[in-house]
Design a protein around this ligand. Structure first.
Ligand code: SF4
Ligand code: SF4
Length: 411
């Protein structure tokens, strides 16, 4: 049986000239040195399975399960091959016809159910915190170690600071994992946006999942359904000129994918185009709002773990380090691995914990060697991954979301 792929995926791998420029950018190739775990190798395997020259189980299932989906290969590719499009459709069909692929990604199913129900996700994190303290088998203990120790105290009574300006309507997407794991970071982001001169629109407590994790793992139909629901919700509740701001790079990159996912939807395709053009990351938004913010540091050494999807999906990866460099009184250091994947990859660190840990290891070394006091994150998956890694490595660095760090230093 061959792999079934749409034309948009076939066009991409047919466009690959096998030059190999993407190989050094790929975290799994860097770790293994194996062609099958490189972007070029994966594209070749998908093409062979599509042509019917390779069974779409076994080697292909493993190659695509080990891919983090970070999309660093897209930025590195001089020919503009959109590897992510191939990955999405190949995983979609593998879910249908490869039991091996489904088994290798078994942690995906409960998580995809949880993220569509925020109250369930919050309850699961609370339960995970309690269970993490119990004597359990090592594998389960390792998974539960991803649950952040502190729930993050939500600050419901704290209204954003009124300051002059307030003409630009801005909606901060709370996003499911941020809302459950780091609710304080969402409050801090709203506070900063208001201070920067935005008219912060009310939080939508019914906000659903954007579908990023579903798309990432090949549950294509669910991702399209969630994209439709999100576009309809934006249309119903936001003025057309509203900016949508995310403090989770993966979710922002997903909204940028909506035009492609809804291209054939006569009702929603142009609306998807519109909202994709209105979405920006928090750092970009803060830099473009009318009130310039001033920050006072506390003598700390600060480093950033930049989100892959913010860099390679949204192409807004330069805004966070630029903003961090403006915090006078702290010392911002650019770690060699600042823009390299940390191994989180949505649910990757649940399905492939050993490879995720190997990919994180050099980052932890750099944090230690540079004497980092505060390690900044701009995506919840990276925060969970790096927080656990720092804790287990005994690092003193405090992992903070960008918004909480900036609010802490706001003058
Ligand atoms: S850099 Fe682009 S064209 Fe070259 S091998 Fe990688 S994906 Fe193919
Ligand atoms: S998405 Fe990331 S892990 Fe997957 S092939 Fe591309 S660079 Fe490698």
């Amino acid at each position: 049986m061959s792999l079934l792929l749409p034309d948009e995926a076939v066009r991409e791998f047919e466009h690959c000239n096998k030059c190999g420029f993407c190989l050094p950018a790929c975290p799994t190739y860097r770790e293994t040195g194996l062609e099958a775990h490189s972007p070029r190798g994966r594209l070749s395997l998908v093409e062979a399975a599509w042509r019917g020259e390779l069974e779409p189980g076994a080697g292909l299932a493993e190659a695509l399960s080990w891919c983090i989906g970070c999309r660093a290969c897209e930025t590195a590719c001089p020919s503009g091959v959109q590897y992510g499009v191939v990955l999405t459709h190949a995983r979609r069909d593998l879910r249908r016809q490869s039991r091996r692929y489904v088994v290798q990604n078994r942690m995906t199913v409960p998580l995809l159910t949880l993220v569509t129900r925020r109250s369930w996700l919050r309850a699961a994190l609370r339960a995970g915190r309690v269970m993490g303290a119990l004597p359990l088998p090592a594998g389960l203990k390792g998974t539960l170690a991803l649950v952040p120790r502190e729930s993050g105290q939500s600050l419901p009574g704290q209204a954003p600071v009124p300051r002059p300006g307030g003409e630009v309507p801005v909606y901060l997407m709370g996003t499911c994992v941020m809302d459950a794991a780091y609710p304080d970071a969402n409050h801090d982001a709203r506070f900063l946006l208001a201070a920067a001169g935005a008219r912060v629109l009310p939080e939508d407590t019914r906000e659903g999942c954007c579908g990023a994790l579903h798309l990432h793992t090949g549950d294509y139909e669910a991702a399209v359904g969630l994209a439709r629901a999100a576009v309809r919700r934006f249309d119903a509740m936001l003025p057309p000129e509203a900016l949508i701001v995310t403090d989770a790079g993966g979710c922002g990159a997903m909204i940028r994918e909506y035009p492609r996912l809804l291209r054939d939807d006569p009702e929603l395709s142009s609306r998807a185009e519109h909202w994709a053009s209105q979405v920006h990351d928090l750092a970009t938004a803060l830099s473009s709002l009318p009130n310039g913010l001033q920050f006072r540091g506390q003598g700390a050494t600060v480093a950033l773990q930049n989100s892959c999807h913010l860099i390679h999906g949204m192409q807004e990866g330069s805004a966070p380090p630029t903003l961090l460099a403006t915090v006078a009184g702290d010392r911002f250091v650019t770690l060699p691995g600042q823009d390299r994947c940390c191994g989180s990859g949505g649910v990757y660190n649940l399905n492939q914990p050993a490879m995720a840990a190997r990919i994180l290891e050099p980052h932890l070394r750099e944090v230690r060697e540079h004497g980092v006091d505060v390690w900044i994150m701009n995506n919840p998956g990276c925060a969970l991954q790096c927080e656990r890694g720092a804790r287990e490595a005994g690092l003193s660095a405090r992992v903070m979301h960008l918004s909480s760090y900036l609010r802490d230093r706001l003058v």
